[in-house]
Write a protein that binds this ligand. Structure first.
Ligand code: FMN
Length: 150
């Protein structure tokens, strides 16, 4: 599916995403990634800096799920799709690398990237937005700042 403007906005605003994979024998694995962005109309790319179990799992089972929220606004998305690992010697790596290097500033080396083609999306909302529909984003930001002692 094509990533909407709203999904791209939350991808840009979210500091971390959480990538879930599953092993061959169905053991779930979730780990955080901060070097990620949208790519083309329907993909997310993530730098593989230090994610050995994620890579093993994707080689055996390419179904993945990635979640991210703006921690202050407390909204985000859960996306599901199929992942591939693209290594340095492959042509697509040269196209993707600069987009992620812009984020690492070259400080963290990576020689492969994860490319996820998204086929499902679901909005994530803090329960307050559902139970108290008059809640504004500004109020929620203030609540989150207090909760995080910011
Ligand atoms: C704040 C934060 C950001 C991280 N960003 C990334 C990242 O962008 N890419 C990556 O490969 N690892 C990243 N990591 C490291 C992995 O999450 C960590 O090495 C994890 O143990 C990998 O587990 P896995 O092999 O099960 O995927 C990050 C960790 C933290 C705490």
């Amino acid at each position: 599916m094509e990533l909407t403007t709203e999904i791209k906005k939350y991808l840009d605003r979210s500091v971390l995403c959480w990538l879930a994979t599953s092993s061959q024998d169905a053991i779930p694995n979730v780990s955080p990634k901060e070097i990620f962005t949208h790519y083309k109309e329907d993909c997310i790319i993530i730098a593989n800096i230090a994610s050995p179990q994620t890579v093993i799992n994707i080689k055996n089972n390419n179904n993945v799920c990635v979640s991210f929220v703006d921690v202050l606004v407390q909204k985000g998305f859960q996306l599901k799709g199929k992942a591939v690992i693209i290594k340095k010697n492959e042509p697509e790596f040269d196209e993707i690398e600069p987009l992620l290097l812009e984020m690492t500033k070259g400080v963290f080396p990576f020689s492969s990237v994860l490319k996820i083609t998204i086929d499902q999306s679901k909005e994530i909302l803090a329960p307050r937005y559902l139970f108290y529909p008059n809640t504004t984003e500004e109020e929620q930001i203030e609540r989150a700042k207090k909760a995080y002692n910011l």
